[in-house]
Design a protein around this ligand. Sequence first.
Ligand code: KG4
Ligand code: ZN
Length: 337
Amino acid sequence: MPKNNPVILSVETSCDETAAAVICSGKIVSNIVASQAIHAEYGGIVPELAARAHQQHIIPVVQEAMQAANITRAELDAVAFTQGPGLLGALLVGTSFAKAMAFALGIPLIAVHHMRGHILANFIEPPYPTFPLLGLTASGGHTQLVLVQDHLRMEVIGETQDDAIGEAFDKIGKLMGLSYPAGPLIDQYAQQGDPHRFKFPATTMPHLSFSFSGIKTAFLYFIRKAQKEDPQFVAKNLCDLCASIQHTLVGMLLEKLTKAVAATGIKTIAIAGGVAANAGLRTELNRLASQQAWELFIPQLAYCTDNAAMIGIAAHYHYLAGDFSGLGVKAMPRIAL
Ligand code: KG4
Ligand code: ZN
């Protein structure tokens, strides 16, 4: 018989962070993340290396989360894991780990959708948003507008047709010689730059769809041309380039968000995903929200980028609904919301 105050261990291994958290009665009591520095030298995530690093980190990260929470295995009521979307080899590590642990302890197993976890990160700490809400998930793998009816009922109403916004930040950063992941570096340099110095053509897409691959190409041609005249162009103008491209990318996101509010009439907005950590986005969004009388929710930084606390909070609501998985459940690199 499921309890209403479950103690859940959650693991997240979808990409390049090995993470574990313990959540008791819907409150996060520990949240451990081991990032994989190995990918920086390759300028992007190498799936094979990510899987190997997860294999290496998963046991110590889980042990640390259990110790920090001061919880024994016997006290656990369920084990949760990220089922997808993500890199198959990476997901398999967390999936297999969670299955083995649930099987050994004889407790329920909970499969969590990574993007649902990102949205539910807004329910980790009060004040909590009310339903229905509009979720905007902006990460390295996804850019989605989501109509959220409650903790478990969500529907994608708009998404990117090509690159994700985080991917655009990373690829554009790479063109400027910044290391991976370039998103946080662009954010940092942008703080000393002029966002109106350079103009880049924001791609227009129908309805609530996004496209971020064209802007990357436009940026490439722009700097190539400028570098012909001055090979030091990027180095000399790095802060202004970062501020201008960030302003353009953020503008593309906010334009669709504004459209989604108009289309749904929902003014409760919850932002999520790694790009929600972006200071420029946070500032422009706060300004827009107060102008438009939106109620805006942004998780604290540690809950924006990949973490297991967001998988834990999603698992908590699955648990309360009695929504468990059998041991035959599979990792799913591509899985609908
Ligand atoms: O959600 P996340 O940790 O992993 C995925 O599920 O993809 O997002 C990672 C993405 C990367 O593309 C990274 O460059 C971007 O989020 N990111 C940022 C910032 N922090 C992380 N992008 C812009 N500004 C930031 N401060
Ligand atoms: Zn993510």
